[in-house]
Ligand binder design. Sequence first.
Ligand code: PCD
Ligand SMILES: [Cu+]
Length: 814
Amino acid sequence: MNDMAIPSANERAEKLQGMGCKRKRVEDIRFTQGRGNYVDDVKLPGMLFGDFVRSPFAHARIKSIDTSRAKALPGVVAVLTAADLKPLNLHYMPTLAGDVQAVLADEKVLFQNQEVAFVIATDRYIAADAIELVQVEYDQLPVLVDPFKSMDPDAPLLREDIKDKMDGAHGPRKHYNHIFTWEVGDQTATDVAFENAEVTIKELITYHRVHPSPLETCQCLASFDKIKGELTVWGTFQAPHVVRTVVSLLSKIPEHKIHVIAPDIGGGFGNKVGVYPGYVCSIVASIVTGLPVKWVEDRVENLSSTSFARDYHMTTEIAATKDGRVTGLRVHVLADHGAFDACADPMKWPAGFFNIVTGSYDFPVAHCAVDGVYTNKASGGVAYRCSFRVTEAAYCIERAMDIMAQKLGMDPAEFRMRNFIKREQFPYHSALGWEYDSGDYHTAMQKVLDAVGYKQLREEQKAKQEAFRRGETRELMGIGVIHFTEIVGAGPSRNCDILGIAMFDSAEIRIHPTGSIIARLGTKSQGQGHETTYGQIIATELGIPSELITIEEGNTDTAPYGLGTYGSRSTPVSGAATAVAARKIKAKAQMIAAHLLEVHDDDLEWDIDRFRVKGNPERSKTMTEIAWAAYNSPPPGMEPGLEAVSYYDPPNMTYPFGAYICVCDVDVDTGEVKIRRFYALDDCGTRINPMIIEGQIHGGLTEAFGIAMGQEIAYDEDGNVLTASFQDYFIPTSVETPHWETDWTTTPSPHHPIGAKGVGESPNVGGVPCFSNAVNDAFKFLGSTHIQMPHDAWRIWTVAEKLGLHAEATVAAE
Ligand code: PCD
Ligand SMILES: [Cu+]
């Protein structure tokens, strides 16, 4: 074999389709042909369907529930209420945030569309009909919608179930609607910085309530086998292993008798991290009836009852010198958590990683305090392309930096450049306690400024402003500039756990005798393309073409334990586990190769897809040959086989970053905003698949566009959800979506085995403030400081109206 000419290094490397290759997504072969296998595609004989009776009121006492008429409907098998779950102690379930959440409303309802009863029938339509027949008598109670009123002395008491609980998970509760206070930073030093400041700004910056609304809603199918005492649950789970553990703890079914399967998922975006009443009810229903029970949410239910995002009200202050150096940051957040604190942050972090709020800037001191409160709204708060409150933090600091630049009369890009953490300061210890692993912010920012011709854009804007003043145009031009720092890859186990389970992650790689591979991971793709990209890491590490590698996730029987996919943690954690497992295999492979070539291990060197003898490259053994030998003729005393597993506990998180610029034109008479240009430069360290990264950025920017320009989960004063369908909740189509220009720099993570950082969340973290800064920038010269999102046409028109721009003739501003 070895006397044949060895193909060139280039040819061999190309054949691998390894890291850095724009490999086409292998999962798309089935997705584009309608051959995906989603929960709703799983159909079992005798399967029943469950559906919820939901509360029409946001706050009401349940006087009685009469299920008799529903039960009498042919095809209805059972109706569950809190009274049925109580003896099993399942009417409440623990949340990941240390709170409890009602599975079925017990005595009262706390938000509109809360689950009140679960009807189980032989088909979906009968279940839906039966819901109408369940008669619930309510006594309406005063409704609390405004979080700023939640701690008023006379505010309605929401959580009667915990009214005597004086200790929150993070210190004493200040009020019966108070959940927690969380503080970080040096308050005294920060106060001093503000006392001595030459210039300060203070603004209430609100990141409104939104919802990730994945294409596929939340769903599950539970099947309990009475004879084996085994439970199988198919579900839209971003973290299948955690679901298995939670189900075991709640149901007391031993964990090895529970099989959790997350098949293909039609988008997660954080919406599918938490545990929902629908899961618990289908499981209970299957145990009770002995038949499989499926639950599938509809769109209204998804938008109005499962995990929302944001709803952060951030009072933000920056202190600075006159020449534009930031000297302190002070933020107080009022966090509206809805009726239950069902945030899925790591246990120690009730406000996620919000303390990344110092952003990309070298703040000498900072202090941040977060108060979580209850309101009569749906719970959640952990979703939408950054579960851990980094989106809120980035929005907060990026808006505030613009407001300060405006006050100083400085260009916002220049002001940022002046305050960036410098390349030589990494690893950088932030004032609020993080250690940023690596970054080169100046280079990234400069590249973007040059690419868009920033100076000319500002000149053009100036000319347009003058023309506007002269009444020659009704259009304003806005330029949004941002630089974000993300924090992803939870997490070091010393910092992060979920229900006591450390947030490591895993990979198991097995090479078959003929040199093809199966690898299984603890994460779970929801569309990110893991089947493609993990294969690329293994291909480069082990020299086996990625087309010969199968990637499997989502089955708790076969995959090693992992904490799942959210918070852009798959690449930083499981991606690292993959490289480490591959390197374990490689070490064994080297010994086998040495045996085959009759040389010492140390005399070998790695060459793309083989080990070769140093100084004699013609003598080599390919990984395929080594794999065969591992099963056929391993060195004496060595175990046969070629596989490894790694449970990777990352030493630190990774800190991807990016510089974005948005150019927009605002029609002051219609309030319409046209995005002229959007340029996004992302740095996620070593890039595994540039095409997938680009897709991630396009998707995340589109979601950011949706959030900034129109999406909102809004409530009226009675707590009715006003935006529970796509009629009212803005989902951008290709018609509205701007054209994206993408770019990159590469600053590897020094602690990650392949230098990669996460990227999936980044475009949302950076995108939203960039759109908002652009819109705000358009109005700045008229004296406006901060316009609240979302920037839909109606609200922009209102801003223009308030600024007097619709007054007769031309504008009289300034
Ligand atoms: N350096 C690098 C990085 C990365 N990458 C790629 O990219 C992706 C992503 O990644 P990451 O960043 O690591 O992430 P993950 O973990 O995987 O994922 C997660 C994310 O992801 C994103 N994206 C997406 N896509 C899709 N399609 N779908 C979905 O659902 C989704 N979601 C979203 C979200 S929201 Mo959360 O949950 O809220 O927290 S978080 C999130 C993948 O595939 C990977 O491999 C590459 O290539 N390279
Ligand atoms: Cu995040």
